[in-house]
Design a protein around this ligand. Sequence first.
Ligand SMILES: *Cc1c(COP(=O)(O)O)cnc(C)c1O
Length: 395
Amino acid sequence: MLDSIIQQGQKYTMNTYNRLPVAFTKGEGCYLTDTEEKEYLDMIGGLGACGLGHNHPIVTKAIQQQAEKYIHVSNIYWIKEQVELAKLLVENSFGDKAFFCNSGAEANEAAIKLARKYAYKKYGSQKNEIIAMTQSFHGRTLGTLAVTHNKKYQEGYGPIPEGFGFTKFNDIAGLKAAITENTCGIILEPIQGEGGVTPIDGGFLKEIKSLCQEKDILLIFDEVQCGIGRSGKLFAYESYGIEPDIMTLAKALGSGIPIGAVVAKGKVAEALQPGDHGTTFGGNPLSTSVALATMKFMVEEKLWEKAEEMGLYLHEKLQQFTKKYTWIKTVKGKGLMVGLELEIEGGSIVEKALKEGLLINCTAGKILRFLPPLIVEKQEIDKMVEILERIFSKL
Ligand SMILES: *Cc1c(COP(=O)(O)O)cnc(C)c1O
């Protein structure tokens, strides 16, 4: 069965991914089962999208119940589930209003448009530049490519939209030099994901915030990967004590059902008026009811506290590898967003792990990345560490 999926996949789907030779048929909690009935421990959880793991009863029930009622209506009507989700996000964050779309890139695209519109209405068309960070990743649309640092993602797609620049992550002097009177927004990931699982420095963030306030620049936090409980707080900005003006969410928000969100302060959100932005599927009854169930569960269970606790445990376990193997450098990240930085390329380790029944990922070439479901238990972390030890000891 697997051979035929791969063969036909190569024939009929665009070759946009370097896929590992496996296909799954079902999942439960932190485990996935493949076409040969082999079980895998999933410590990457759909690259962070499966915050509640696989086949979570809360999620399954929300999908079933909503599908039995209605799945979709247009945003030319009011949608109760969407309103309730917006309320829950607002009540649990710095924000006053939310807008819904279908992915992380779309959420960032909307955040960029919102920042520009806000400045346009207040100052006219000159103030339109957005500053992003080195090693950033914000998505694959043309607009979000403009704020994604790694040039390999942009190659061959030019011209890329103008009015975007980069400054070095965690470098205050560089940022001060990059800001001009035309800067309208700064976009950053509080914990960089694809760029290497790197948390932002608290002092740097504080400096950014005060520059933003001084110069009326909107601060945009891309919490697509680090938000929704993963960092050990519901939102990663909480652990820095610094609020953005705009925040974007996606990945774990819908437990695997596609949804993205932009949350903003009221005075910023006001910049968008009817007709200024929109999407067909964004905030539809199905995706918002699933996100609502996810968020309710997350808030009731304070699942971020579990992420914090399990994150510390995972951190400690991985720390032991850095002592034992000279080619393993450091453990990075926060909560259950964890990276293990190597001195060697990590791709072959990911392939070996797959053979051993463990799903992990490698980002930025040399950083093994772990994004387990937030419901992960110690015994699963122990099991992963055992498998890694077996692989590492043979290298
Ligand atoms: C995954 C990711 C995105 C892009 O999200 P998509 O849903 O793939 O468009 C944007 N920003 C960050 C930080 C991400 O991790």
